[in-house]
Ligand binder design. Structure first.
Ligand code: KG4
Ligand code: ZN
Length: 338
């Protein structure tokens, strides 16, 4: 088959979203995600419930992706799937399904590292979207990840900074929980922050050497701050919600920007590509697009920044072009070498 005729079915099931996408070369024909709302009532992802929901969702989601793309399964050139990192029970659903389908259709099987996919999502061909050039820096920020990666080429990248405890999305969600907001609280903090004063309250930024991050201290500081103020005024949260959210968001953004500044200084690279659910945050987007520091920033379409299968498909396509295939002995990996 010629390279201009590559059709990839991509499957992502690393955490709590069951997703499938069909790509024609580097263009997305369909990108379907079934979110698992069941976790909202527990304030976080429950692994066993996630695996069960993947089992229920995977066939309808793949079916919908093929139908929307108007592609028959016999036309597929390869099956790409998320090998890890992620929750083992969740990964197993996508991996097993992908292995079976590749055997049944007699097409190659491609294993994709979920973190590489968040970064390479920038190479999905979209009209009007400028792709970064190698080398660039990728900031991956979500509920599960916080990393700065130096990306030298499609398959050569190195982590130069990462969180030593909570991910930045957890910092948003746990702060929101302290304020009594429902899970996931990140988008709500963003919403209230828009009406608030970011300088109303000062939270100390953690002192972490180099390019690594730490967010657990901030969460504790916020908890003590709220407890103390509620003792003096039981309505403290209600009366100051916008200002509290704006101040928390401001502190988190400053932590990220400080590390990016250092990464640019250390590497001399000024192209910054962001990915992960937290890149939906309006404060972060505003700060990065203001171009205060002379950086060129890349922010993909929202549906390609949160967990999705199109990003798995674009890595699948690149791997297909360089014949990086797996045998059916391939296994899911909860932790995976970057
Ligand atoms: O990438 P994602 O959908 O899933 C993974 O965690 O892999 O990211 C979800 C995270 C959650 O922590 C959520 O609160 C956060 O992204 N998030 C936001 C916003 N939208 C989503 N955080 C801050 N501001 C937002 N607008
Ligand atoms: Zn992710």
């Amino acid at each position: 088959m010629q390279n201009s005729e590559v059709f990839i079915l991509a499957i992502e099931s690393s955490c709590d979203d069951t997703a499938a996408a069909v790509l024609h070369n580097d263009k997305v024909l369909s990108n379907v995600v079934a979110n698992q709302l069941i976790h909202n009532q527990y304030g976080g992802v429950v692994p066993e419930l996630a695996s069960r929901a993947h089992q229920q969702n995977i066939v309808p989601v793949i079916d919908a992706a093929l139908r929307k793309a108007n592609v028959q399964k016999e036309q597929l050139s390869a099956i790409a799937f998320t090998q890890g990192p992620g929750l083992m029970g969740s990964l197993l659903v996508g991996t097993s399904f992908s292995k079976s389908l590749s055997l049944a259709l007699n097409v190659p099987l491609i294993a994709v590292n979920h973190m590489h996919a968040h970064i390479l999502a920038h190479f999905i061909d979209e009209e009007g979207y400028d792709k970064p050039e190698f080398p660039f820096l990728a900031l991956t920020i979500s509920g599960g990840h916080t990393q700065i990666v130096k990306v030298n080429s499609f398959f050569d990248m190195e982590i130069i900074g990462e969180t030593t405890d909570d991910a930045v999305g957890e910092a948003f969600d746990k702060s929101a929980k302290i304020l009594g907001l429902p899970y996931p609280g990140g988008p709500l903090i963003d919403k209230y922050a828009k009406e608030g004063n970011p300088k109303a309250f000062a939270f100390t930024k953690p002192k972490v050497p180099g390019l690594d991050f730490s967010f657990s201290g901030l969460k504790t500081a916020i908890l003590y701050f709220i407890q103390k103020n509620k003792q003096a005024n039981p309505n403290f949260i209600e009366e100051n919600l916008n200002d509290i959210c704006a101040s928390i968001q401001h502190t988190i953004i400053e932590i990220l920007i400080d590390k990016l500044k250092l990464a640019v200084k250390e590497t001399g690279i000024t192209q910054i590509a962001i990915g992960g659910g937290v890149s939906a945050n309006s404060g972060i987007r505003k700060r990065l697009t203001e171009n205060q520091y002379g950086w060129k920033t890349f922010i993909p379409k929202f549906e390609y920044t949160t967990d999705n299968a199109a990003m798995i498909g674009i890595v699948g396509y690149q791997k297909y072009l360089s014949n990086r295939f797996e045998t059916s002995a391939v296994v899911s990996k909860a932790r995976i070498q970057f």
